[in-house]
Design a binder for this molecule. Structure first.
Ligand code: ADP
Ligand code: MG
Length: 701
């Protein structure tokens, strides 16, 4: 009964109706009873006490007082009217004040009836007053649910404008509790409840909305956070088990001539030990009967591309096609060029598909994919389009995971009758415990070693006032034959301003580095792809010495001769972004430099970020600092936290609970993989309900 009840459209709730329902849909994404139930309060006001008027202090606190209105008058002021009520209890008197809504209040307030008033206390002269108090007749107050601490719900301007105040929200939730008598199906097993001393689901929901006291609030929060994380983990782990047991992969049993020829004749360098280890892990996966779903973490410049290529060759040896997907056109293009160079004269058909691929070329690609003639397709999101059909896709590689959501990963799953093996490569190091929890359904490999001969990049922080010295340094480097990046921030909210900064910067650089001695490239988001590519190309070929750009060059771009990275307004970048940018240099044999330019005014967080960059090149260390500095919402771009869609838990702050939840989920699945045992019935039911609810579990594939 409960599951159906919770799916009731919100419009059926008493006091809601179609108008309010529409506002709730639009403003808070509330469509059903369940959505409302899961709109957890942001904070609570303590209503555990009633104050007497002679106890009041000018503390600015929100309090509740029981008393009567004995008199109401309108007071004329220069800046409009106000309505003032004299409110008394047995210890003294005070004022209630309204600046708006006078008519309604005059018509509805009753004189000489006991009220409970609640609001912020202030004092004018010797009189205490409360402006726009919440009011409730004492009789109604005593009948209503005993709300000790008042929930404060998330709100928006539109909501309040349409009369859905916090009080109304709270009444709606109360109504929901009344309709089901506060009874909600338990979703955890008795064993888990007992072992962790958790309160019941019904008790937890009641106390998260209307806590009886602080202690019960804390218990409710813990229980609901645990539950939320537990089901996420259950989902991830069972998906992984299922994949390993049930989903037949396509075993790549052969190591054939593509792989071997390349290895013997075309490999341009010796692989690092880390690369060898990772390739071995991947080959194990590919050779088994299960489908591979692996995350490859490797810092910028650690050499993930060659690993990707070797895997694709392995696919071809087993008569499968492969694809490599990158987040931007420039990167896709660069991967395409890079792979073609690496493959040299080998007989491998490889092509590029992006948003700007011409219709005729697109047609050729589609045909090549379907006939099987085309072996490797490199591209952007364009690969995901339904019209792109492979004859036999065996391996899909995604570069730079954090730009792609899980939904896209699952789209790749369906590109083939049997899901292809999937390798996700990311240069954003994720602390291990977190990675396990975020990507619990993936296996993880790490390249933790840079190719030999790399010198650590020297990073310094310079103030804008030292720009001339920095320019001189650039000139010296260019004289040695090196190339230089100058990067400007680009943030969607201030795009126009950022664009102006970039153009101003470009002009000032053009003045200081005049033609014909210096050639400058510029690349930014407003350019046509073809123009971007042309400019990139000139820089890659060494025809220009300076590349002025926005963050479009952030990931992947590879120009080994570039040895200086200047980051303008560095305080405006996040740590992982700074680290990514820095990774664009230090790719050749030369000593490379990263110069972080800022003004003198810096926040504490900015200082920490800059200091961290100067101190270390270690991506994992940087990731840890990043994690501490940033809120969970920002973590590694929005998609990763967004994909879990958590209502109450916070994967960073609640990491301890997360570990516990993961442990319990694993144990449960070990003992009862299909959740068939009677004692786990409630878990199974809750799990099935969640799985049906597409808005929450949209990444089920
Ligand atoms: P990323 O992991 O950032 O994608 P790339 O695959 O682009 O790194 O590799 C960075 C650079 O290092 C490239 O120029 C590549 O040719 C080179 N490289 C990769 N592996 C090795 C190796 N084992 N020895 C020497 N150079 C390597
Ligand atoms: Mg790369």
């Amino acid at each position: 009964m409960n599951a159906n009840f919770l799916q009731t459209p919100i419009t059926y709730l008493k006091s809601v109706g179609p108008n309010r329902a529409e506002t709730l849909n639009k403003e808070l994404g509330i469509f059903t009873y369940r959505d409302l139930l899961q709109l957890f309060p942001n904070r609570y006001l303590d209503k555990t006490q009633y104050y007497k008027i002679n106890q009041l202090q000018p503390s600015g606190a929100d309090l509740q007082i029981v008393g009567k209105i004995v008199h109401i008058k309108t007071v004329e002021q220069k800046r409009g009217k106000r309505l003032v009520a004299t409110f008394v209890d047995d210890t003294g008197q005070m004022e209630l004040v309204w600046f708006r809504g006078h008519k309604w209040i005059r018509e509805n307030l009753k004189l000489n009836e006991p009220y409970v008033v609640f609001g912020r206390i202030s004092r004018y002269g010797s009189t205490f007053s409360m402006a726009h108090p919440e009011m409730e007749l004492l009789t109604a107050h005593q009948k209503g649910l005993k709300i000790a601490m008042q929930p404060i719900y998330p709100s928006t301007e539109k909501l309040s404008a349409k009369g859905i105040t916090n009080r109304v929200m709270s009444q709606m939730v109360q109504q929901l509790f009344l309709e089901c008598k506060g009874q909600f199906n338990e979703s955890l097993s008795t064993q888990i409840l007992d072992e962790l001393k958790l309160i019941s689901k019904s008790e937890a929901l009641l106390n998260i909305h209307f806590p009886k006291n602080q202690d019960l609030l804390a218990k409710a929060q813990f229980r609901l956070k645990f539950e939320e994380l537990f089901f996420v983990q259950l989902q991830l782990i069972s998906k992984k088990l299922l994949r390993k047991q049930k989903i037949k992969g396509m075993p790549f049993s052969e190591v054939g001539s593509y792989f071997n020829t390349f290895f013997k004749e075309h490999l341009p360098f010796e692989l690092t030990n880390a690369q060898k280890r990772v390739i071995k892990q991947i080959r194990n996966d590919l050779g088994s009967n299960a489908q591979m779903n692996r995350l490859l973490q490797g810092d910028v410049g650690s050499g993930k591309t060659i690993v990707a290529l070797l895997c694709m060759l392995l696919a071809m040896d087993n008569e499968f096609q492969a694809c490599l997907m990158a987040p931007t056109e420039i990167l896709a293009q660069q991967h395409f060029n890079g792979l073609k160079d690496l493959l040299g004269q080998m007989d491998v058909k490889i092509d590029l598909l992006t948003g700007s691929t011409k219709k005729s070329a697109r047609k050729t690609i589609h045909e090549g994919l379907q006939s099987g003639e085309l072996h490797i397709l490199v591209g952007t999101h364009a690969i995901l389009e339904d019209t792109v059909q492979f004859k036999n896709l065996g391996l899909a590689i995604i570069d730079e995971q954090h730009r792609f959501g899980v939904a896209q990963r699952s789209k790749l799953w369906h590109k083939n009758e049997i899901p292809p093996h999937i390798l996700v490569m990311t240069a954003t190091p994720i602390p291990r415990t977190l990675a396990m929890s975020l990507y619990g359904d993936l296996d993880i490999s790490v390249i933790d070693e840079l190719p030999p001969g790399r010198r650590p990049i020297k990073t310094v922080h310079r103030f804008d006032s030292n720009r001339l010295k920095v320019f001189q340094f650039i000139k010296d480097e260019i004289k040695k034959g090196r190339q230089v990046y100058v990067v400007y921030p680009l943030i969607a909210e201030s795009e126009a301003l950022d664009y102006k900064d970039l153009m101003d910067g470009y002009e000032s650089i053009a003045r200081d580095f005049p033609l014909p001695g210096y050639q400058i490239s510029i690349v930014h988001g407003k350019m046509k792809p073809a123009d971007k590519e042309y400019e990139m190309e000139r820089f890659v070929k060494g025809e220009t010495q300076i590349m002025v750009a926005t963050t479009v060059i952030e990931v992947g771009v590879n120009v080994p001769n570039a040895s200086v990275m200047i980051i303008e307004s560095a305080e405006r970048f996040g740590l992982s972004q700074l680290h990514q940018l820095r990774g664009r240099v230090g790719r050749g044999a030369e000593q490379s430099f990263c110069i972080l330019m800022t003004g003198h005014k810096l926040s504490e967080d900015s200082k920490t970020r800059l200091e961290t960059m100067v101190r270390t090149n270690d991506g994992f260390e940087i990731a840890e600092v990043d994690l501490k500095l940033r809120g969970p919402g920002d973590l590694m771009g929005t998609q990763q936290s967004g994909m879990l869609n958590l209502k109450i838990a916070d994967i960073v702050k609640d990491n301890q609970i997360l570990q516990t939840a993961r442990f319990y989920a694993m144990n449960l699945l070990k003992k009862d993989p299909a959740l068939q045992k009677e004692e786990n019935r409630s878990i199974l039911q809750a799990y099935q309900n969640l799985s049906q609810d597409k808005t929450i579990w949209n990444y089920i594939s």
